[in-house]
Design a protein around this ligand. Structure first.
Ligand code: THU
Length: 137
């Protein structure tokens, strides 16, 4: 996907955020991942009364893509409907590691004023941790 099409991925992320289950934080997040096959797969955050069991939007999107057979992804957009700062919804540390696993090289973050910022994986997770899988499962 080229930069001029980022708006498509961002719109998908915003749409997914509408489905967020965030009754505790009231912080609705959506994510849209672009697979190597060119498909867009979305996810939202899903919270839990046991707060630590909550799942981030990026994880929902990536895990859904993997469960549909994807193993390689190129970009992910993240959007929050309730951001109260101009800094945007940046992936948390755990999400950055999961983004790293599937080769996503570009992370598009949107700010409260609708601005999109494109970051490389190396910017958000320098010296990310990898192992060499023994098979291509
Ligand atoms: N959240 C995400 O979905 N993605 C992030 O990268 C940061 C945080 C969610 C988790 C929780 O449901 C809410 O935002 C507040 O932390």
């Amino acid at each position: 996907m080229h930069v001029e099409n980022d708006a498509v991925l961002v719109a998908a992320a915003r749409g997914a955020a509408e489905h967020a289950y965030a009754p505790y934080s009231k912080f609705r997040v959506g994510a849209a991942v672009l697979t190597a096959a060119g498909e867009i797969v979305t996810g939202c955050n899903v919270e839990n009364a046991a707060y630590g069991s909550s799942i981030c939007a990026e994880v929902t999107a990536i895990v859904t893509a993997v469960s549909q057979g994807a193993r390689s992804m190129s970009a992910i957009a993240v959007a929050c409907l309730d951001a109260d700062s101009l800094d945007g919804a940046y992936p948390c540390g755990n999400c950055r590691q999961i983004i790293n696993e599937f080769g996503i090289t570009r992370i598009i973050v949107t700010t409260a004023v609708g601005e999109s910022r494109s970051h490389t994986n190396a910017e958000l997770l320098p010296y990310g941790f990898f192992l060499n899988p023994e098979s291509d499962d």
